[in-house]
Design a protein around this ligand. Structure first.
Ligand code: IPM
Ligand code: MN
Length: 359
């Protein structure tokens, strides 16, 4: 069934996916292998060809047995999904969301850090000002797919799309965020971002859970922003934030805003984490498959390498993760001309080499 052994090695599944995904994934793997050797980390790697091309050829997104095989891995490194010949939503739901849900990756961890040498569209803000983390709940809310149509296609059509929140789903996310804030040990401020003034049931549950769990963390400042106000403050005073915990849909939206203030999709990374023992997590650059840059060797692999740093940190190899993160900053700060595709001053693979040299 699987070639993966039962040893204690870190088992990594690599899913390059579509477009530029395989190019950036290759650089992530390059850096991973280098740091694994330097830090003496035993690993096993296996490639998977899931994505748009395979779907077009076979009609399958995740073939029979795929989930079972992937469950043997500690981590999945996902390059990108999105294919010009596949209708939007098919691969997103059939692969990305399917894996998030199946493996119950209930934390979506999105660090927002402006690396040295990286340009932000926010005037007057620098690396010290933009350094916070968004913990996005990753399994509930509007993403659960509950709802339906009534009288579809008629003038009387009704469509419902339900936001589902459970105490369990909310509490495990909020608790993880408190633990993370304590461990990060920076401002020790956890901001709940929600919309309690309008979402008087679901976000009331979030609010109460946040207050109750918060009592176990007297050392962490409990803070609250409505999501609309958060979008304002994130632009005006990003330095205010330390850790944000939020619901799935709002987390999706505010992390695109956050991604652009940290320098764009070339640098923003995300982790879909199942923190339970034996859980399978998935790490990805936040950018898409960028069809127009595919095969040109010009796409920025920094986000994918940052995803590898996060994977190491979250898999218990914290020092290795810190080394990769430091190497990334050396390269953005002293080598790369820009983070935009084609303007880096180096090719995709040269950027990977520079990070390895800086390790
Ligand atoms: C993200 C993406 C996904 C999401 C899409 C592709 C389903 O936007 O990872 O933020 O909405 O979660
Ligand atoms: Mn998104």
């Amino acid at each position: 069934m699987t070639a993966v052994s039962t040893s204690t090695a870190l088992k990594l599944a690599v899913m390059g996916g579509d477009g530029t995904g395989p190019e950036v994934a290759a650089e992530g793997v390059k850096v991973f292998k280098d740091i694994a050797e330097k830090e003496d980390i035993a690993y096993e790697i296996k490639d998977f060809d899931y994505g748009g091309d395979r779907y077009l050829a076979t009609g399958e997104i995740l073939p029979d047995g795929a989930i079972e095989e992937l469950s043997q891995f500690n981590a999945i490194l996902l390059g990108a999904i999105g294919h010009p010949d596949v209708a939007p939503g098919i691969l997103e739901r059939g692969l990305l969301l399917a894996l998030r849900f199946h493996f119950d990756q209930y934390i979506n961890l999105r660090p927002v850090k402006l690396y040295p040498g990286v340009e932000t569209p926010l005037a007057g803000k620098g690396s010290d000002d933009i350094d916070f983390v968004v913990v996005r709940e990753n399994t509930e809310d509007l993403y659960c797919g509950m709802g339906g149509f009534l009288k579809k296609g008629t003038p009387d059509e009704v469509a419902t799309q339900m936001a589902v929140y459970t105490r369990k789903g909310c509490e495990r996310c909020v608790r993880w965020a408190f633990e993370y804030t304590r461990k990060r040990n920076r401002r020790k401020r956890l901001t709940l971002v929600a919309k309690t003034n309008v979402l008087t049931y679901g976000h009331d549950l979030w609010w109460r859970t946040f207050q109750e769990v918060g009592e176990e963390y007297p050392d962490v400042e409990k803070d609250y922003n409505h999501v609309d106000a958060c979008c304002m403050w994130m632009v005006k005073n990003p330095e205010y934030y330390d850790v944000i915990v939020t619901t799935n849909m709002f987390g999706d939206i505010i992390t695109d805003l956050a991604g652009i203030i940290q320098g764009g999709m070339g640098v923003a990374a995300g982790g879909n984490i199942n923190p339970e023992p034996g859980g399978t997590s998935m790490y990805e650059p936040m950018g898409g498959s960028a069809p127009k840059y595919t095969g040109k060797g010009v796409i920025n692999p920094i986000a994918t390498i940052a995803a590898v740093a996060m994977m190491l940190e979250q898999s218990g190899f914290e020092q290795a993760g810190r080394r990769v993160a430091a190497a990334i900053q050396k390269v953005t700060g002293t080598k790369m001309k820009s983070q935009a595709a084609g303007k880096m001053g180096y090719s995709t693979s040269e950027v990977g080499d520079l990070v390895c040299e800086a390790l």
